[in-house]
Design a protein around this ligand. Structure first.
Ligand code: ATP
Ligand code: MG
Length: 423
């Protein structure tokens, strides 16, 4: 036999047993986006490598070691998108969507990062993303957080997550802090791990984000960016906090929260859970006012967030039953005359009964084997169409899950019975 070809490590098949949860998350999200007035944008999965280098930052984990980059046949360097914001901004600039106007946008789709695969961390993963452009004030930061909170509530996950927020100020403030931070870290160079040694001069803010337990004490004592913030940044942050308080969203200010991407400024936030081990961040975002100019357009403020769908699914799996998508009824077809009429009967039921989930037996089979298939399908009811029923225009209806006597009813009269089983 030929050798079986397997999927690429860290890139998962999402099988029918699990997809109802994905659909639940995506449908809830889509609905909310409509409710809040955000429009969908669909973007390419591949972009020029330069786009990610310039936006995410050369000295980030993503650009340094996680991108799927390859040469196109004509020699252009292309990259599978590791996140959605860069492509979204690129598309908005290219299509003139930021010119003298605001935008509220969302997208969903796969992202690619060459990380070490583990629970909650994959090489192809999926995000729901939201971006708002052209709003400078703290109101939109708060709206985005409220929207993410509502999403978590509607998914039934709100009790499982906590909101952490921080502010990264503006570039000049980060520069001033950076100088002091580097001095401090240099004084303790012997305590820095290898990653942090490397970041010390390239991206020292990220040292504060270290997960290394041996370095916690060191980063606790490090100079805080917050102490370098000017009036404007502080007022913005205060504004966000006040809006959150006004709607009763609890938050924890975490002064060490930085994000893995360079383009953030001012507000950053994460929804984290302690139910998923080390990969506990299910949603993350913030403001990125400098990015649009960095990508060559007239400056425009921006903020957004992304939800990791796999982590949401994992959280749902730990807590709730899978959504019920089993058929309401299975149509069993016995005998030649019934075989000729079965599909047409099913179509007519589908015409008449909205949302009926009806599975039709295809491929014939004995009565017994069809009953087995009906049971295995998870259907609540089996509808039996045999020779007698064809002749008398009736159908037999039997409850597979409750001990009820089976009934023979006229084919036209079955609608109200079936409707009673549709939630
Ligand atoms: P982390 O700290 O977990 O590596 P990040 O800062 O790299 O996250 P973002 O780029 O902000 O993550 O992505 C937003 C969200 O997407 C994360 O909060 C997480 O839920 C999800 N995510 C990021 N990387 C992965 C991955 N490799 N596999 C699965 N989900 C991911
Ligand atoms: Mg990461």
């Amino acid at each position: 036999m030929a050798k079986i070809i397997q999927a690429i490590r860290g890139m998962n098949d999402i099988l029918p047993a699990v997809t109802p949860r994905w659909q639940f998350i995506e449908a809830t999200f889509r609905k909310l986006m409509q409710v809040y007035g955000y429009g969908e944008i669909r973007l390419p999965i591949v972009e020029k490598t330069e786009l990610f280098k310039r936006s995410i930052g050369e000295v980030t984990d993503i650009v340094e070691k996680e991108m799927y980059t390859f040469d196109d046949r004509n020699g252009d360097s292309l990259t599978l998108r590791p996140e959605g914001t860069a492509g979204c901004v690129r598309a908005c600039i290219e299509n003139g969507l930021l010119y003298n106007q605001t935008q509220r946008l969302w997208y969903v789709g796969p992202m690619f990062r060459h990380e070490r695969p583990q629970k909650g961390r994959y090489r192809q993963f999926h995000q729901l993303g939201v971006e708002a452009f052209g709003f400078a004030g703290p109101d939109i930061d708060a709206e985005l957080i409220m929207l993410s909170a509502r999403l978590l509530t509607e998914l039934g996950l709100r009790e499982q997550v906590k909101l952490e927020i921080n502010t990264l100020g503006v570039s000049e403030e980060r520069q001033a802090h950076r100088q002091q931070l580097v001095v401090y870290l240099e004084q303790h160079q012997d305590q820095l791990d290898e990653d942090s040694q490397r970041r010390l001069h390239t991206n020292p803010l990220r040292v504060l984000d270290t997960k290394n337990p041996a370095m916690q004490e060191l980063v606790e004592q490090a100079p805080r960016l917050f102490d370098f913030l000017g009036e404007e940044s502080l007022a913005h942050f205060k504004g966000v906090c006040e809006f959150l308080t006004s709607v009763g969203i609890d938050y924890h200010v975490n002064h060490r929260l930085v994000r893995g991407l360079d383009y953030y400024s001012k507000t950053v936030f994460e929804w984290v859970t302690d139910q998923l081990g080390a990969q506990g961040t299910v949603c993350a975002g913030g403001r990125f006012d400098a990015l649009i100019e960095q990508l060559g357009s007239k400056p425009s403020p921006a903020a957004g967030f992304a939800v990791g769908i796999e982590r949401m699914v994992a959280l749902l799996e730990a807590l709730t039953e899978s959504p019920d998508v089993a058929p309401h009824a299975y149509l069993l077809i016995a005998g030649e005359a019934a075989e000729r009429q079965g599909l047409a009967l099913a179509e007519s039921l589908r015409d008449r009964i909205k949302d009926l989930r009806l599975l039709v037996n295809c491929g014939a089979g004995s009565f017994k084997s069809q009953m087995k298939r009906a049971d295995k399908s998870g259907a609540r009811l089996v509808l039996i169409l045999g020779e007698d029923e064809v002749q008398q225009q009736t159908i037999v209806i039997k409850d597979l899950r409750e001990d009820q006597p089976q009934r023979t009813v006229p084919q036209q009269g079955i609608d109200s019975i079936l409707r009673g089983f549709i939630a």
